[in-house]
Design a protein around this ligand. Structure first.
Ligand code: ZN
Length: 222
């Protein structure tokens, strides 16, 4: 598939102010004086930040629910339910909504699995989830839904690096599962504590991606 670079939202492709329509121009912006695109008329600074994806790993009887994608990126490959967080929506609400839209299942989040972050990619938040109800139903974005136990995970046919990282961590999870506490009450303390200890991992060199705030070291065989 050829890429039309004018269709990619990036600091070097944005041209006009989204608020007033005047041309943007690169300009150093305080406090760090890195160059940003600034509106030549109203001075709006167009900070371009990563998007956020919220996803779930639905669990049942020791198996995880995987979906097979019918769209790019990752067409024909497997992942778990998830999608972009909408404007004005919380990440937890987005995870539950996307799971319902993509699988027909209503889920309850049972804890944070991890946050995955790579240069040039969305920030991906993955929650563990239990199924409350609903009927397993494929959608326009996937053509197969399967409950897969750990030994049957198709490691060579996973859609994204975050899919692989998250499933590795899910396989290595506490088999008893997390305590049934609200996600917002248990997430920040756990992530913050690890983030401080692993701060060095977050400044990885070019070409290397970290596996998220918990600083899970990349393993061989990728
Ligand atoms: Zn403007």
């Amino acid at each position: 598939m050829s890429i039309d670079h004018h269709r990619v939202l990036a600091p070097h492709t944005i041209r006009f102010c989204p608020l007033c329509g005047a041309p943007l121009a690169p300009e150093p912006v305080p406090p760090d004086h890195r160059e940003q695109q600034v509106c030549t008329r109203c001075r709006f600074i167009f900070f371009l930040n990563p998007k956020v994806v919220a996803a779930t790993i639905p669990e049942r009887d020791g198996a995880v629910l995987l979906t097979r994608r019918t769209i790019n990126p990752g067409r024909g490959l497997w992942t778990f339910p998830g999608g972009f967080v909408d404007f004005g929506e919380s990440a937890t609400d987005a995870a539950v909504r996307e799971t319902f839209e993509e699988t027909g299942l209503r889920v309850d989040l049972t804890g944070l699995l991890n946050v995955y972050t790579y240069p040039g990619a969305p920030v991906i938040i993955v929650y563990r989830a239990q199924v409350l109800g609903g009927t397993l139903t494929p959608c326009a974005e996937n053509d197969a839904l399967e409950w897969v136990a750990a030994p049957a995970i198709p490691w060579d046919r996973l859609a994204f690096p975050s899919t692989r990282e998250a499933l590795r961590e899910w396989v290595a999870r506490d088999p008893v599962g997390p305590a049934r506490l609200p996600v917002h009450a248990r997430g920040p303390a756990r992530v913050g504590g690890r983030a401080r200890r692993d701060a060095g991992r977050l400044s990885a060199g070019p070409g290397e991606y970290t596996s998220g705030l918990r600083g899970f070291p990349p393993r061989g065989g990728r």
